[in-house]
Design a protein around this ligand. Sequence first.
Ligand code: PLP
Length: 455
Amino acid sequence: MLRNDTLDQWDRENLFHPSTHLAQHARGEAPSRIVETGSGVYIEDRNGTKLLDAFAGLYCVNVGYGRSEISDAIAEQAKKLAYYHSYVGHGTEASITLSKMILDRAPANMSKVYFGLGGSDANETNIKLVWYYNNILGRPEKKKIISRWRGYHGSGLMTGSLTGLELFHKKFDLPLAQVLHTEAPYYFRRPDTAMSEADFVAHCAAELEAMIEREGPETIAAFIGEPALGTGGLVPPPQGYWEAIQPILKKHDILLIADEVVTGFGRLGSMFGSEHYNIEADIITIAKGLTSAYAPLSGSIVSDKVWKILEQGTDENGPIGHGWTYSAHPIGAAAGIANLELVDSLGLVKNATAMGTYMKAALQDALGDHPNVGDIRGEGLLMAVELVEDRSARTFFDPARKIGPTLAGELLKHGVISRAMPQGDILGFAPPLCINQAEIDTVVRATKAAIDAVL
Ligand code: PLP
């Protein structure tokens, strides 16, 4: 076994880490950790430090770590057939079975699954399909995509553009010209504190409609949104938001892409966020919870309405010119099957509701009166504590103080991994869906201790 200091050195010299301050990491100034094992909601690093992972990796290890049902399924598939492609009608038992399992769980208007590897490439696929769709319908000018500020849809050229967070645009010449951003459905940070929740929803809808009319509805192809905002702040939508947005899209014949990379397969306490909020999407993006990250796999679930036009397109133009070598990879598919079986047999969707309710109440009890806690919010097991400088005056911390990262660092001292969300002073929690009450108590105790220590 390699020594820790050798690994540390090789890491700094060779590995290019995503979303990392490269210079600080190379100089050994940034926090780093070499993770060795995982079991249930816990991971353990090379130094033997055991941590309760209250963010499930990057909100993806939904069934928890160390599930032999999934690793055995992966090993069996690798021994039987590690790879065959899915081009020109090829398939494997695993990929075909998983596509059926997904459609069995998806909203009724969904028709087919196109498999990718991660959320970013699935959303790239979605935008290409939307453009293809409008070209086949003879509307070549209908191509712009509306996303929301604070939305997160990936890090590719198009998906990094759709992402409404400045960090993902800065110095990359993004966003691309076809992308527009509208108001984030983030009531706590509404533009005018006098607005009621209903007024704020009306404001979001009016902003969207004004944008569509300004640009010309004949130029707008699709609207993409996470059912509940993830990386941009972990924000469930205000009451009535999706009910207000969807008729506007329908009226202007704009497709709706529900990005369910985080919310798919139980995170909000429903199988899909679309089901949770009555969203009737034309395309649904899935990834993380599809395999609980035991293997890379994503999907674009396409509705009947879109599928019919895609079929027509290939009758007119020949095979669709879109394919990844690893689409429907059998090892990923085997992981997906075993994972979805576990989600069902362990009752994880129900557990997300029960534990989410318990956790929100426990956070309220522990921190509801704290002068620096502005908002405790969540749906299912997607939860946030938002810190403010002064609760009654509604003033926010100077971002330079980095309250979020400082608090997340303090929580680590208490053995708990949370996530400081990239914007604002938001401490995020999205634990494995198998978490229990005693483990939630540990998270809440650590959070209170960290906030008391820092603020
Ligand atoms: N969409 C959403 C809602 C996400 O949260 C993410 C990643 O966090 C992505 C897309 C991109 O997924 P990936 O990182 O697998 O490319």
